[in-house]
Design a protein. Structure first.
Lengths: 114, 109
């Protein structure tokens, strides 16, 4: 257990529904990342927060995806109008500030869109 | 397009042998490189990171970085069956991290 927790662990939804995932980082970590991983692929960067500020967002990320990190603590990732192609593992990672951003990953939320 | 390329394998080595995993990257601006191990159905866990040219050793693991050739490698000495996993290479440019597709390693007892 890395200390990064994600909820829920599994989510099954119907196409067109909205889903929201939560990530609680390691408490002293001010950096938080979201990734998406599909079978046989490496994690794909989605977005990055430093404290409460969203500083980076993948240009490939659909506008159906939005993320927040109010007060610089936990973060949420929302997917609106889900599509079957959204089915994946959604991973959250946190890191302390510093030069090398060693990231610790949560167990992930597996999304299945039917 | 920033990319990290890995040979997907599978790579099989006998127990006790050296496993060599390789990775190339396209962005010369990439600053640091990371090796993660991922067991099936689990999340990635960090093994090592390296940011300077040369070798960095940690126990049975040695990471090598050659910025001129844009090449990163991971050597696992005295491979154990518990090392069987997918190994992900990642690089970062600023706050964005780029992962390879991973190399599947099987250590045969």
């Amino acid at each position: 257990d890395t200390g990064v927790s994600q909820d829920p662990r599994h989510k099954i939804t119907k196409r067109g529904q909205n889903v929201t995932f939560r990530c609680d980082p390691i408490s002293e970590h001010n950096r938080l990342y979201w990734y998406r991983q599909t079978l046989g692929q490496g994690p794909e960067f989605l977005t990055y927060f430093q404290n409460e500020a969203q500083l980076e967002k993948s240009r490939l990320l659909s506008d159906r995806f939005s993320a927040e990190r109010p007060k610089g603590s936990f973060s949420t990732l929302e997917i609106q109008r889900t599509e079957q192609g959204d089915s994946a593992m959604y991973l959250c990672a946190s890191a302390q500030g510093g030069d090398y951003s060693i990231q610790y990953f949560g167990a992930g939320t597996r999304l299945s869109v039917l | 397009q920033k990319e990290v390329e890995q040979n997907s394998g599978p790579l099989s080595v006998p127990e006790g042998a050296i496993a060599s995993l390789n990775c190339t990257y396209s962005d010369r601006g990439s600053q640091s490189f990371f090796w993660y191990r991922q067991y099936s159905g689990k999340s990635p866990e960090l093994i090592m990171f390296i940011y300077s040219n040369g070798d960095k050793e940690d126990g049975r693991f040695t990471a090598q970085l050659n910025k001129a050739s844009q090449y990163v490698s991971l050597l696992i000495r005295d491979s154990q069956p518990s090392d069987s996993a997918t190994y992900l290479c990642a690089g970062n440019t600023g706050n964005q991290f780029y992962f390879g597709t991973g190399t599947s390693l099987t250590v045969i007892p």
